[in-house]
Design a protein around this ligand. Structure first.
Ligand SMILES: NC(=O)c1ccc[n+]([C@@H]2O[C@H](COP(=O)([O-])OP(=O)(O)OC[C@H]3O[C@@H](n4cnc5c(N)ncnc54)[C@H](OP(=O)(O)O)[C@@H]3O)[C@@H](O)[C@H]2O)c1
Length: 303
């Protein structure tokens, strides 16, 4: 573990739930942390856990940007990386994190040869309120270097991400983990958004056949992508997550409820596009996509 003097300084992009959770935890671990916001500004925020409340203060980031943690919604990544591209140091390290399937080839393509690029997938849960960030669920993260410049900086980045969103599992190939998460997200997110319900309500027999077909399509598609996703294990995993998070509302349910854009394109949209590439029919995912597109009216009060 590096000493305080050796700790890299970090720039957190945005002021969202996961970004601020990481920012506060890095600062608590004595990393220098600044924020890159749409409008440069200092920010004071309280990190609330089940047992603690800590006030964190952040200054605006100074250019050029070196170590960046970028946790924006999947649909905001490309625009964000374009905006950042002229602000980065030639040896910057970028850790990108979002739900849904990232376009890894695209992410690799945005980094110059000396710039490291990483993807991090996390199961921590956080909620942003007006002046706080609530750490609502302890989780863990999977982290993968996507190019050589990232691999060369491995120990320092892993140490920082362990403080931010650890425990961290480092992997050379993040795709199998992303497909396992995709299977869960492809069921829970669109169904809870469509039916405006908590995750646990999907365990009901009314959804059993539809969920079985959704999972079968994802497993079949994974095989065509040379990813092993065994059907029964995947089904068991999806139900385990539904039960473990039974009282929670999914992020997509919340996004629909508050009439924000959905991250559907990086989940069900990815499945449909990839299936089309293989000329595989995925009618259940297609129908779910279409049903969600049609739902544009405001929701009834949250149950
Ligand atoms: N929250 C969770 O518990 C959780 C758990 C696991 C995974 N995730 C995933 O992690 C990702 C981030 O989630 P989140 O809940 O933290 O989202 P969020 O609260 O919406 O935060 C995203 C932040 O990024 C900012 N942003 C977007 N583009 C930007 C740009 N170009 N420049 C500066 N700031 C920019 C947004 O600002 P504006 O609001 O101004 O656009 C917003 O403050 C999502 O993919 C989510 O599904 C979330």
């Amino acid at each position: 573990m590096p000493s305080a003097q050796q700790k890299l300084s970090w720039v957190i992009v945005g002021q969202g739930a996961i970004g601020l959770l990481a920012a506060c935890r890095l600062q608590q671990a004595a990393y220098p942390v600044a924020l890159w916001l749409r409008q440069p500004n200092a920010l004071t925020v309280t990190l609330e856990t089940a047992t603690t409340k800590t006030t964190c203060q952040f200054a605006p980031a100074q250019k050029p940007l070196r170590q960046l943690f970028i946790a924006v919604k999947a649909y905001a990544v490309a625009e964000c990386l374009t905006q950042l591209s002229t602000e980065l140091s030639p040896d910057a390290q970028l850790v990108i994190s979002h739900n849904g399937m990232p376009d890894l080839a695209y992410l690799q393509s945005v980094a110059a040869s000396a710039q490291g690029i990483w993807f991090l997938s996390t199961s921590h849960a956080a909620l942003r309120t007006a002046d706080s960030v609530l750490h609502t669920g302890q989780g863990q993260s999977i982290l993968s270097p996507l190019n050589n410049a990232a691999r060369q900086a491995e120990s320092a980045i892993v140490a920082a991400m362990t403080e931010a969103l650890g425990p961290v599992q480092l992997t050379a190939d993040i795709r199998p983990a992303l497909w396992r998460k995709l299977a869960v997200n492809a069921v829970i997110n669109p169904l809870t958004a469509l039916h405006n319900c908590r995750n646990g309500e999907l365990v009901s027999a009314a959804f059993t056949a539809q969920i079985a077909r959704l999972i079968a399509e994802v497993c079949q598609l994974a095989a065509l992508e040379h990813i092993e996703l065994e059907l029964q294990q995947t089904k068991a995993h999806v139900y385990q997550v539904m039960q473990a998070t039974a009282q929670n509302y999914s992020s997509m349910q919340q996004d629909r409820y508050y009439q924000r854009p959905l991250e559907i394109d990086a989940i069900t949209g990815f499945i449909i596009r990839t299936a089309s590439k293989h000329q595989l029919a995925v009618p259940e995912n297609q129908a779910l996509w279409e049903a969600l597109q049609q739902v544009t009216s405001p929701q009834s009060p949250q149950p």
